[in-house]
Ligand binder design. Structure first.
Ligand code: AMP
Length: 488
């Protein structure tokens, strides 16, 4: 099978856009899926984000739609021909941006609709007419009900991250949306796993699909160095700072299991002097997108987030992922650490287990990834606390503490990267004991303007999908999750 885009015979405007993106060879999912989609067959693809699956479905879909391309200003000449459904707004926004780039030299129009923001601008776009509509299910149904979106000319439908859509309870919405589509169409379904539910969904809505699996869904990339540390809850922050410093880590995702944990941890890491943002529930969509942009631009070093907030985000080359909490679902471990070690780059995944339920969760991960997990102790560089200083804000910290982790992160990026490549352990450091901040004794108060620091950009978090823990809540719609349903 060829892996060069030039052998694909893509139409010139698409080939030009691809060349401009700097793509030369196809990724495995692209090499397998593009010819199949071009031939008009249904596809059931097991591929995670980061594998290039957006281009794998978008490019052939756009190529097949070029026959409808026209420059007319009449909305009637631009009915929705392709529908891409995704579970979260961030993911929808990201996929829509990519499709716009691939279609930029064509007259094909695309737009995205998702909840949490005003419907009016979306309505205006829809009324002008678009060939490609990217959407989250709940908001799409709102537009269908308002008669802003008519789907009776759809030829292609893509169900992306289908497993997550089912996990968060979108099945009824999907069934309704699919009932509005013509029977004659091409359907593509992408999922990280082929669970019995996914197979049932495929059985109902796909016709003789070609199955494409590029990597076993439970595999973790061999380029990711994985460590599990046994560390008490109170020491986790300190352990994180030490590892960041010792490894010269320039940027990292820090995963937690709850919205409350997310807000609090981001707040304390920020106070430790690390440039930190939180992706969780109580902020506007706009703030959440800004937070992501800041992380992508390197203006933020640590992105503390929950699983739904981070799922599928196209943020590449993150040198490290921390599991500050062991995920409730072993599959989320695979998704989380898939943020690092992409495209052959080496990555580091560090998980903190603190006893209690964690032993069982670690055992679940071990079973899923089929690798023996050794719990390592954290050896703190020095346990002796030093004098305490008031940092002029509203809490006490140990002398020298705020500066230490930041010292690494404040260095020019090239230098930090070079240090990391050399395996520099950083300069000797005297780690203090973690300070106690009265903030942490207060009950959580979501949505209070003065309780929310400016850096706390937010997205929505998830309830984990399967009932392996009493902490796991029942399945809910994303719309509900985005109100106040995150675990807290
Ligand atoms: P995805 O899995 O679709 O989220 O894609 C992950 C990232 O890989 C995106 O930033 C794409 O722009 C990039 N990408 C997709 N296909 C290729 C390719 N053939 N060569 C290089 N980068 C690619």
């Amino acid at each position: 099978m060829t892996s060069s885009f030039s052998n694909l015979m893509l139409a010139e405007p698409l080939a030009r856009a691809v060349a401009e993106m700097g793509y030369e060879t196809m990724t495995p999912i692209q090499a397998q899926a593009i010819p199949v989609v071009l031939s008009g067959q249904d596809v059931m693809g097991a591929a995670q984000t980061g594998t290039g699956k957006t281009a794998a479905f978008s490019l052939p879909l756009l190529q097949r739609m070029l026959k409808h391309e026209n420059a007319s200003t009449s909305p009637a000449r631009h009915p929705v021909r392709a529908l891409v459904l995704l579970p979260t707004r961030e993911l929808a926004d990201q996929v829509a941006q990519q499709i716009k780039l691939y279609a930029k030299y064509t007259n094909l129009r695309s737009t995205v609709v998702f909840g949490g923001i005003d419907m009016k601008p979306q309505t205006l776009e829809l009324k002008k007419g678009v060939e490609v509509l990217v959407a989250t299910p709940g908001r799409l149904l709102d537009h269908i009900e308002a008669k802003n979106a008519v789907l009776n000319q759809v030829e292609y439908v893509v169900l992306d991250e289908a497993d997550r859509m089912l996990d968060i309870g979108f099945l009824p919405d999907l069934q309704r949306i699919l009932s509005y589509l013509p029977k004659q169409r091409t359907t593509l379904l992408f999922s990280a796993t082929f669970s019995p539910e996914i197979k049932r969904l495929a059985g109902s809505y796909l016709q003789n699909p070609v199955t494409i699996e590029v990597a076993r869904p439970n595999e973790t990339a061999s380029t990711v160095e994985q460590h599990f540390y046994s560390v008490a809850d109170d020491d986790k922050r300190r352990a994180l700072r030490q590892i960041v410093r010792q490894r010269g880590i320039t940027q990292a995702f820090v995963f937690v299991n709850s919205k409350l944990g997310c807000a609090r941890l981001a707040r304390s890491l920020e106070r430790d002097g690390l440039r930190t943002s939180a992706l969780h529930g109580d902020k506007s969509q706009d703030e959440r997108l800004k937070s992501l942009a800041a992380f992508k631009a390197g203006e933020v070093d640590l992105l503390v987030c929950t699983d739904v907030a981070a799922r599928g985000l196209d943020i590449k080359d993150v040198p490290a992922v921390f599991n500050f909490d062991i995920p409730f679902n072993a599959e989320d471990y695979v998704h989380r650490i898939g943020r690092t070690g992409r495209a052959g780059a080496s990555g580091l995944a560090v998980s903190f287990a603190s006893g209690g339920n964690d032993a069982r969760l670690v055992a679940d991960i071990e079973k899923l990834i089929k690798k023996k997990i050794e719990l390592e102790p954290v050896e703190f560089e020095e346990d002796r606390p030093r004098g305490r200083i008031n940092d002029g804000r509203r809490h006490w910290r140990e002398e020298g503490e705020a500066g230490d982790a930041r010292d690494v992160l404040d260095q020019p990026r090239e230098r930090r990267d070079a240090d990391a490549r050399r395996g520099s352990g950083g300069r000797p450091h005297r780690a203090p004991a973690a300070p106690r901040d009265p903030f942490f004794d207060k009950p959580y108060e979501p949505g209070q303007p003065d309780a929310t620091p400016a850096w706390e950009a937010a997205a929505k978090a998830t309830t984990p999908g399967r009932g392996i823990s009493s902490n796991i809540k029942s399945k809910r719609k994303v719309a509900a999750l985005f109100k106040s349903a995150e675990p807290s």
